[in-house]
Design a protein around this ligand. Sequence first.
Ligand SMILES: [Zn+2]
Length: 301
Amino acid sequence: MKYILPLMRIALFLLLLFAFASLLPSCNSPKPQQREFRVIVSILPQKYLVDRLSGGNIPCEVMIPPGGNHETFEPSPRDMERVSNASIYFTIGALDFEKAWVERVKAVNADLQIVNTSSGISLIEGHSHDQNDNFSVDPHTWLSPDAVKIQVQAIYQALCIARPSDSTVFRINLEKFLHEADSADNYITNLVAPFRGKYFLIYHPALAYFAREYGFNQVSIEYEGKDPTPLHMQEIIDLAKEKGIKAIFVSKEFDTRHAETIAKQLNARLITFDPMAYNWTENIMRLADLIAGSMNNQLTP
Ligand SMILES: [Zn+2]
């Protein structure tokens, strides 16, 4: 009788062991085909937003490589392969290549969810127009704190739907980023307050949203998306002389020869900025520093 209890215990143990083993997948059974959750974005500053929300825990590819020109970029077959591996594509929504390639992107990955992060932003009319004389939309929405706060929330909402188990982390990270964007906005508002209503010259007009938010007038050397005509060059030089403009903003992906010609005539300096830097917060504050610095000696409008 005294052996029965231990024997029953062994039997129960074996029973539980077999029951447990049957729950484990067998070595021969095929693994479920679960694709890794990945996202793709058009430009590097958007990757910063995704990384901030995910804490760097979601693989995120960027379509336009470092140094690439966002106006002339065309995806390669390798880029289409990267798109085919992604679950969500966060677009800026108005870049030329996005508009031209969206159908081809859908063809390589029918399951891909395309999220236009500029949806909900009050868009500015672009300076170029197509064959049908329709004006384009200015795509540079990421260079404005107001607009980026809308963009990061579009990314947040899509990530929460795709990965509900991580939504608490996304929420905490969103709050942190929004707080940081507000701090940057306050910094810029105070910095540029003395310069409201002033003009800045720029080769490629990437700062229309920034100018709208902080009350500047952007004057583009490019004319309708192309190199300036001699007449346009002369108009810019006259305006710059009238306003006492002593700086021209250029970004390195663009041909700066026309900007250099005008700079020589005005005895102005070229200021290089990077519209595509990864760390969006640092970059937008640096941009404000450059603009405020360029206006210190400008005449009163
Ligand atoms: Zn542009």
